[in-house]
Design a protein around this ligand. Structure first.
Ligand code: SAH
Ligand code: SF4
Length: 370
């Protein structure tokens, strides 16, 4: 099988093409076309001769996930349904913020962890994404936005918070991260990438093998019984084991671990939950990010009231914690956290599409991602 160009770090690409009799500097040019110009048509790689291109594609392939549907939320969030070569689909989401444009990437088709509150988790694991597919989501979505919305658009941040458990697909996500930070390519700053994990203990102990990006842990409860009820993984890796592993994460100066706390009405939003959290987490090394539960068709939990959400966060602030509430984005197109699911109902999607077409026409003139 041919190696995909999107699966190689700069050094690997250079070594590989040299091995095929192509000059090493062509790796710089390829990195430029793929990750700076987002030019995915090799015919347009004008400074690489036809002879070299032919030689290149004798040994390498370039497969980009295909955007088969995209929808624009009224808050500017855009969800992309991406089809892989074997027909499997995943979702990636573009999230505009005040000074940023983030992309939320998937790491797997489905997810094996099976959290009770997660739409992705309900479908089980279909397969891991390859390195080229993880990187390809970024390139395909950037290319789409640049050609369809604004040629200047570029992502400033990456979050691994789409479908799948990124640490279950450790090697491919690690390699994709190495590619994202390559100075000759996208050159994203390490602090601009965040990986969220449900708590795979053996892999957390290996996080020093990753570039030093930000890590977020899906905590959701400081009580073992409640956490197990939400996340079956807590049966295997309970809070004690999880926090032993977290101690091994190398933290650069002034960096902290983010603890995501999914706030569910009448479940983990009680005063004793605040007390347990305050006991469990170290103030100086932690940030708490409250994620109000996002409802989806068939969900068994409810989102707390806005007052309750604000109260919970203030209680933690009052106890000296840095605590923020994640604003829900893209809810109207099921693009918010936990709402992504690749097995989609074609009829629903079609209806959604029709509504969004109207919406995006209306918004086109005022829409920008800055
Ligand atoms: N698998 C990884 C990363 C993807 S999920 C993980 O679980 O950490 C990204 C975040 O969305 C996680 O914190 C997850 O717990 C949260 N999430 C999942 N379902 C949700 C829902 N229905 N509402 C709000 N957040 C949800
Ligand atoms: Fe998987 Fe994360 Fe969803 Fe849990 S929350 S099922 S780990 S994607």
């Amino acid at each position: 099988m041919k190696l995909d160009l999107l699966s190689l770090t700069h050094l690997e690409l250079k070594e590989q093409i040299k091995g095929k009799g192509i000059a090493g500097y062509i790796a710089d040019q390829l990195y430029h076309w793929l990750y700076r110009a987002y030019q995915i048509d090799p015919e347009k790689w004008t400074n690489i001769s036809k002879a070299n291109r032919d030689l290149l594609f004798e040994s390498f392939s370039l497969h980009l996930p295909q955007v088969i549907w995209q929808g624009l939320s009224k808050d500017g969030t855009r969800k992309f349904l991406l089809k892989m070569q074997d027909g499997q689909t995943v979702e990636a989401v573009a999230l505009p913020g005040r000074n940023r444009l983030s992309i939320c990437l998937s790491s797997q088709v489905g997810c094996a962890v099976g959290c009770r509150f997660c739409h992705t988790g309900t479908q089980g694991l279909k397969r891991h994404l390859s390195t080229a597919e993880v990187v390809g989501q970024y390139v395909a979505v950037t290319h789409w936005l640049q050609t369809q919305v604004n040629s200047e658009l570029k992502f400033s941040n990456i979050v691994y918070m789409g479908q799948g458990e990124p640490l279950h697909n450790f090697e491919n996500v690690k390699k994709a991260t190495e590619i994202f930070v390559e100075p000759k390519g996208i050159g994203l700053g390490q602090r601009r990438i965040t990986l969220s994990t449900s708590g795979l203990v053996p892999q957390i102990k290996r996080l020093h093998e990753f570039p030093p990006i930000n890590f977020a842990i899906s905590l959701h409860s400081a009580h073992n019984d409640a956490r197990t009820a939400l996340m079956p993984i807590n049966k295997v890796y309970n809070l004690e084991k999880l926090f032993q592993a977290i101690q091994t994460i190398p933290l650069k100066a002034h960096r902290r671990i983010t603890y995501e706390y999914l706030l569910i009405d009448d479940f983990n939003d009680r005063p004793e939950d605040i007390i347990a959290l305050a006991k469990l987490l170290k103030r100086s090394e932690s940030k708490i990010n409250i994620i109000p539960f996002n409802e989806y068709p068939g969900a068994i939990y409810k989102r707390p009231s806005d007052e309750k959400i604000a109260w919970f966060c203030h209680q933690l602030n009052d106890r000296g914690f840095t605590c923020t509430v994640r604003t829900t984005k893209g809810e109207d197109i099921l693009a918010a956290c936990g709402q992504l699911k690749s097995e989609y109902d074609k009829v629903n999607l079609w209806q959604e599409d029709q509504q969004l077409k109207v919406l995006s026409e209306k918004k086109k003139s005022q829409f920008s991602f800055t």
